[in-house]
Design a protein around this ligand. Structure first.
Ligand SMILES: [Zn+2]
Length: 384
C-alpha cells in the first residue's frame, strides 16, 4: 500500500492515466493513483477487469475512480483529483455523499473534489445489472424481478454481476462462479465476472461495512458502457436502517446521466424475503450461499449468519429442502452462537421477533438468547 504511506509532500489523492486495455483475462479499466505530486513514489494502478467483456463496456472515464477513492480521500482529509472525464451529475452528488458519510462516521470529513473535465452526457444502455453473490438479498431481488417481467414499463434484470473484491482464486472460488453462471443461465441473464483490487487497495483507510456501497457503485460506473441501470440488493429493511455503506439514501447518488443505480429490496426483512420468494425457488434453495466465514460459496452451517438464514428457512417450512445448509436447526447451537457485531445482534433479534410472530416460541427464545448474550459493541470492533 505504498501510495498511502507517502506522507511527505502529500497533496491529495490523485487519479490519472485512466486507461482501457485488453488483458488475458478480459478488458481492463485502470488508473494510476498516487498520494501527492511531491511524494516521489511510484503510483499504483487500481483496476476493474471484466471476463469476456467487449471493449466498449468500459469507457475511459473517471467516474468509477471518483466513487472508489472518495472515502479514502476523506479518511486522510485530502483533496481528491480525478484527471479524467467525470459525469457532472456524479460530481454534484459527491458533495451529498460526503455530507452523509461525515454525518454518520466522525473519522471522515468532506474534501475538495476536482476533475479533469465534465464528461459529455452519454445515451443510456439497455442492460440492467444486479450485483449477485448467491445470498438471500440478491436472490430476493432476482426472483422478484422475474415475477415483475410481465408488468408494463418493467426493465428486467439482464446481467448478474459478481465482483471478486476478496481476490479469491482456487477450486472453491471456481465452483462459486460455476453456480453463479448456472443461476444466470436459468434466469435468462448473462453472468458478468469482475476482478478488482479496489478493496485491497483501499483497505488501510476504510472499513468495508462503510465502504462497500461505494465499491459496488464504482464497479457499476466502470461498466457504464454496458449498463443503463444497476440494482444493489438491500441488506437492511426500511423499518430499520443503520448507517451502512450501501443504503437507500446513498446508492442512487452513484448514478450518472446514463446510469441509474438503485437500492433494491429494502421492503422486506430476511425472513420475509425467504418466505415471499426464495421458498418457492428450487434454484435458490439449491444454490444459496450466505456464509462469510467458510470457503467461497460454502456455508459453514454454524455461524450467526448461517443460523439466521436457517431460522428464516425453517419459518418458511423449507429448511429440509435447502441443499446448501444443514437439514436440522440445533437450538443449542443457535443459543450459543458467537455474535460478532451490534448489527449482527440486531439482525438476530429481529429474526427472533419474526419467529415469535409466526408461532415458533422455541426459535424466538433461542434467537433472543443469542442476540442478548452480550452488550452492544463499538463499531470499531466489528469485523470488516
Ligand atoms: Zn456460516
Amino acid at each position: 500500500m505504498g501510495a498511502w504511506c507517502a506522507r511527505e509532500g502529500w497533496r491529495g489523492v490523485i487519479v490519472e492515466d485512466v486507461r482501457r486495455e485488453s488483458t488475458a483475462r478480459g478488458w481492463r479499466l485502470s488508473a494510476a493513483v498516487r498520494a501527492g505530486a511531491g511524494s516521489g513514489r511510484a503510483s499504483e494502478r487500481v483496476h476493474f477487469t471484466v471476463h469476456g467483456a467487449d471493449a466498449d463496456w468500459l469507457p475511459e472515464r473517471g467516474d468509477a475512480f471518483l466513487a472508489g477513492l472518495l472515502m479514502p480521500a476523506m479518511s486522510i482529509g485530502e483533496e481528491l483529483v480525478v484527471d479524467a472525464p467525470v459525469s457532472g451529475r456524479l460530481l454534484r452528488s459527491a458533495r451529498t455523499v460526503m455530507e452523509i458519510y461525515a454525518a454518520w462516521w466522525e473519522h471522515l470529513r468532506a474534501v475538495g473534489v476536482t476533475v479533469g473535465e465534465v464528461a459529455e452526457a452519454r445515451r443510456g444502455r439497455e442492460a440492467v445489472g444486479l450485483f449477485f453473490t448467491l445470498g438471500v438479498d440478491c436472490f430476493y431481488s432476482l426472483l422478484r424481478d422475474g415475477r415483475r417481467r410481465t408488468e408494463p414499463d418493467h426493465r428486467p434484470v439482464t446481467d448478474l454481476l459478481f465482483v471478486n473484491f476478496e481476490q479469491h482464486a482456487g477450486p472453491d472460488h471456481d465452483r462459486l462462479l460455476d453456480r453463479i453462471r448456472l443461476v444466470a443461465e436459468r434466469s435468462d441473464c448473462r453472468a458478468v465476472l469482475v476482478e478488482t483490487d479496489l478493496r485491497a487497495f483501499t483497505a488501510p483507510l476504510v472499513r468495508w461495512e462503510e465502504f462497500h456501497g461505494a465499491a459496488l457503485g464504482g464497479t457499476a460506473l466502470a461498466l457504464q458502457g454496458l449498463l443503463g441501470r444497476c440494482l444493489i440488493a438491500a441488506g437492511f429493511e426500511y423499518r430499520r436502517l443503520p448507517p451502512y455503506g450501501s443504503h437507500p439514501v446513498l446508492d442512487h447518488l452513484w448514478s450518472t446521466e446514463a446510469l441509474e443505480v438503485v437500492h433494491d429490496g429494502a421492503d422486506a426483512t430476511r425472513t420475509e424475503k425467504v418466505a415471499r420468494q426464495l421458498a418457492f425457488s428450487e434454484l435458490a434453495l439449491q444454490n444459496l450461499a450466505v456464509c462469510w466465514r467458510g470457503r467461497p460459496g460454502r456455508n459453514c452451517g454454524a455461524c450467526e449468519k448461517c443460523l439466521r438464514t436457517m431460522v428464516a428457512l425453517e419459518l418458511a417450512g423449507v429448511l429440509r429442502r435447502c441443499g446448501t445448509l444443514p437439514d436440522v436447526l440445533d437450538l443449542d447451537v443457535l443459543r450459543n452462537v458467537p455474535m460478532g457485531s451490534a448489527d449482527n445482534r440486531d439482525a438476530m433479534r429481529e429474526v427472533g421477533l419474526d419467529a415469535g410472530a409466526r408461532g415458533r416460541p422455541d426459535l424466538a427464545e433461542a434467537a433472543a438468547l443469542a442476540a442478548n448474550r452480550y452488550g452492544p459493541v463499538p463499531r470499531t470492533e466489528q469485523p470488516r
